[in-house]
Design a protein around this ligand. Structure first.
Ligand SMILES: *[C@@H]1O[C@H](CO)[C@@H](O)[C@H](O)[C@H]1NC(C)=O
Ligand SMILES: *[C@@H]1O[C@H](CO)[C@@H](O)[C@H](O)[C@H]1NC(C)=O
Ligand SMILES: *[C@@H]1O[C@H](CO)[C@@H](O)[C@H](O)[C@H]1NC(C)=O
Ligand SMILES: *[C@@H]1O[C@H](CO)[C@@H](O)[C@H](O)[C@H]1NC(C)=O
Ligand SMILES: *[C@@H]1O[C@H](CO)[C@@H](O)[C@H](O)[C@H]1NC(C)=O
Length: 405
């Protein structure tokens, strides 16, 4: 084992020396370009009602950069936690922000170790491909994004000149399978549209909500983020249309301290939570991939063949469906450093999804994914260079990150 480790670490060092970060041209349009493009941007307001096994609507809200304890002791979070289930063993995947957002919809962060302007090629699938296979509507609501489908790097507040909307917190826009698809970009909307869709009962069934850089705590603090969350959610928790059969996940992208375990505060809320579960704590191990596996089993969807496949399903859903979650020993787990992969080493190929994977519902990978990737998957499995690279990373990370909180 020792000798093997040494060999693998040498292999890894070699790839670090050979590879460099992938770079992209940052799209940063001027105000007049934005104004012009906003005129022709189309916005979709489609809804659907495909029955799920445990919920009919899923709403994710992400806040920023807060250690578990700091969020848990905040009075607005305490108030919200009485309305739902606290997940006290829920983890961010790495640092900084962007790889976490990226992974939450695609099942991997592909070695991304920065917040830069990046794009995954169109042959990499996301939750969108799975949802659309059953005509389940989906959408994002990004606060202060200047127009629907905007692919610019950011949009600053024009009175305060402060950060406002940022692309790095917009998970689906990081994938060309979304940002280059003229139909799909119509679902990448802002909060003006959220208000409209709510009032007109046109919300999609899968939703990702990102408050602006002040409201999410990034440029402020946990008190601002928590008070924003309570103010946003309190009326919604009384709204029959919004609440009916809804599961809400309120969580954080990552913790604040890069030297401790990357555990974050998370709450499940909404009309699909039975009264006798409100105010309880669930100690099951989850990561951001659990949002994918939970949605997949709820709507009996195929999977992406990535980390969605074996991610624990939120207990409230797993229990109902008779799904067994795995126990995860977190003694040596830290999730505080990215692995070396596609984005931070351009000598590494895109990892193929495991086209033979079976999800927790017994279903396989989405057909369109296996038809694109089957050949590349067999190639990578039989290619020792590729497998040794990935193995090394998990070993050296495990050894290097045993700081505890
Ligand atoms: C969706 O259908 C369910 C019954 O399957 C119904 O109870 C619910 O009110 C419907 N929701 C919407 C938003 O139409
Ligand atoms: C989705 O909608 C399309 C177009 O209306 C229809 O042809 C298809 O059968 C639907 N698929 C499912 C799984 O309902
Ligand atoms: C939100 O997007 C809509 C549709 O593109 C646009 O008309 C509106 O001005 C945007 N709202 C804000 C606050 O930027
Ligand atoms: C963020 O959103 C709030 C409203 O929710 C708004 O008052 C504020 O100007 C926005 N931008 C910044 C940078 O705070
Ligand atoms: C996916 O797309 C990238 C970029 O176009 C390409 O280099 C790669 O070969 C493609 N992989 C497969 C399996 O299609």
């Amino acid at each position: 084992m020792q000798i093997l480790n040494r060999f693998l670490i040498i292999a890894l060092s070699l790839t670090i020396v050979l590879g460099k970060k992938r770079t992209y041209n940052k799209y940063n349009p001027s105000d007049s370009e934005i104004e012009k493009d906003a005129q022709t941007a189309k916005t979709s307001h489609q809804t659907s009602n495909v029955s799920g096994k445990a919920f009919n609507r899923y709403v994710v809200i992400w806040l920023e950069n807060t250690n578990f304890d700091k969020a848990a002791e905040n009075s607005d979070m305490e108030w919200l936690s009485k309305e739902g289930i606290t997940l006290d063993n829920y983890w961010g995947l790495t640092h900084p922000s962007e790889p976490n957002y990226l992974a939450s919809v695609g099942g991997d962060y592909f070695g991304l170790d920065n917040d830069g302007f990046i794009s995954l090629p169109s042959n990499v699938s996301t939750i969108v491909d799975l949802l659309e296979s059953k005509n389940i509507t989906w959408g994002e609501y990004q606060e202060d994004m200047p127009y629907t489908g905007y692919n610019g790097n950011e949009y600053k507040n024009h009175h305060l000149f402060s950060n406002d909307y940022v692309r790095k917190h917009n998970p689906l826009t990081l994938y060309e399978s979304v940002n280059k698809n003229s139909n799909r970009i119509q679902n990448i909307k802002n909060f003006t549209t959220f208000k409209y869709d709510l009032e007109n009962e046109l919300l999609p069934q899968w939703n990702f909500i990102t408050p602006n850089m002040t409201n999410d705590g990034h440029d402020s603090n946990i008190n601002v983020a928590s008070s924003w969350s309570r103010n946003f959610l309190e009326p919604l928790l009384k709204n029959d249309y919004f609440m009916k059969d809804t599961l809400i996940l309120l969580t954080f992208d990552e913790n604040e301290n890069y030297f401790i375990k990357n555990r974050v505060f998370a709450l499940l809320l909404g009309g699909s939570i039975p009264n006798d579960k409100k105010g309880t704590i669930d100690h099951t191990f989850y990561e951001h991939y659990s949002g994918l596996s939970t949605v997949e089993v709820n709507w009996d969807l195929p999977n992406l063949g990535r980390h969605d496949v074996d991610a624990n399903v939120f207990d409230i859903v797993a229990n109902k469906l008779g799904i067994q979650n795995k126990d995860v020993d977190t003694t040596y787990k830290a999730n505080n450093k990215p692995y070396v992969g596609y984005f931070n080493d351009d000598s590494i190929d895109l990892p193929a999804p495991n086209v033979n994977a079976k999800g927790k519902n017994g279903l396989g990978v989405l057909d369109s994914i296996s038809s694109v990737w089957a050949e590349e998957y067999s190639k990578q499995v039989s290619n020792s260079y590729f497998t040794s690279t990935t193995t090394t990373v998990s070993i050296s990370l495990g050894d290097a990150t045993t700081t505890s909180s």
